[in-house]
Design a protein around this ligand. Sequence first.
Ligand code: XUL
Ligand code: CO
Length: 470
Amino acid sequence: MAAQEEFFEGISKIPYSPNAGPGDVMCFKHYNAEEVLIGRKMEDWLRFSVCYWHSFCGTGADPFGSPTFHRPWNKGTPMESAKKRLRAAFEFFVKLGVRGNRLTFTISYTKLIVLCLSPVTFCFVFSQVKYYTFHDRDMAPEGCTLEESNRNLDVITDLALQLQSQTGIKVLWVTCNLFSHPRYMNGAATNPDCHVLAYAGAQVKKGLDTAKKLGAENFVFWGGREGFLSVHNTDVGAELKHMANFFKMAVQYKEKIGLKCQFLIEPKPKEPCKHQYDYDAMSVIGFLKHYGLDNHFKLNIEPNHTTLAGHSYEHDIIMASVFGMLGSVDSNTGSPDLGWDTDEFPMDIRNTTLVMKVIIEQGGLQPGGLNFDAKVRRESTDLEDLFIAHIGAMDNFARGLRNAVRIIENGLIAGMVKERYSSFSDGIGQRVEDGSASLEEMEAFIMKNGEPSVTSGKQEKYESIFNHYI
Ligand code: XUL
Ligand code: CO
């Protein structure tokens, strides 16, 4: 058997080197996958995933300029390069993995034979980036007909299945691209023409079959063009109902084929539409509850979308979690000074600390994870930059995790918050808490107790204490 082409030449497995210097960016200094924090391994709190579209399909092109990335897998026919891309992606996932200093060799004799044949499998036992995510059309090219597109996807996912079983790498989530093809220019599930909606339905059916085939743990719906550019030509009520009914069809088909994965909706307020229906976490939760879909879906929150909606970075993570709806996170960040979806790698420790605090408090993200829906900058043209970006973001999340653990274990902030709400633990407060109080009772209470005393919110004190941990 001929040895497989190596795409990331000169880059070997990324080690865990906690004492490395500041200029050494090709190693993990904080992410120690096996280390246990509050009863769970770091890798299980973080559940990192690499996204296919930015890291392996991205070209560096922007509205003002042509591609700047010249990737070695973009060679041959579309199907040939799809196969190369997949092999390159798995080489990347495996090389990005790290098991620190504790290497354990648990490999069967048959795997040992395979191991001698393929450089990718060689790293199997060390692999730590466990997950990847993809759109159907990033993995295999769209054909001239649905049948051809499906056949292309079958061929490439056969190879994906093989590489998954050789490496142990799994699919965090699959999604369908229902926004790039011109047929979807007026939306997919919210298109005014049912013929287009039907195409989207057929595509999602295949997407769900693919999720089952590859054992995906989640399936994402991002409402790419589900929204409007002009209210004049849009029947908003009809479109929302069609979208809900589309989701109901997906739920039915998922149950029919026995697909065991979590459905997720990813909110975004704008881009490409002026207004998107899945505006933010609360809009999506309201939509799901209104149409009786809230038991079938959770949310995939992308903080760059949250900030586009005018909220703070952590806002939708918190809102979704409070409603028991935080299913997964597209870990990235924007540039508030630019104001569009820049999909940058999350490198700010304040943000990761806040996100990880919410994730720990809700007991983890499983079956969701932290998916790097992030792209290296157009100017970061080296293949090595893909590694540096992921390593930096993973280390930053590891630090966020450690910080959040210290905040939670120390309990100072939680104690202060508890004290702040202590008036709800007995008497009239407890009756408000359990929903048994009435307005007459409120009036009687005020008649008896008069004006409340004003207490300080102590915001700066909280901020100073938070800063102590990061
Ligand atoms: C678009 C976006 C998508 C979804 C999947 O802004 O975030 O990549 O995550 O379609
Ligand atoms: Co996303």
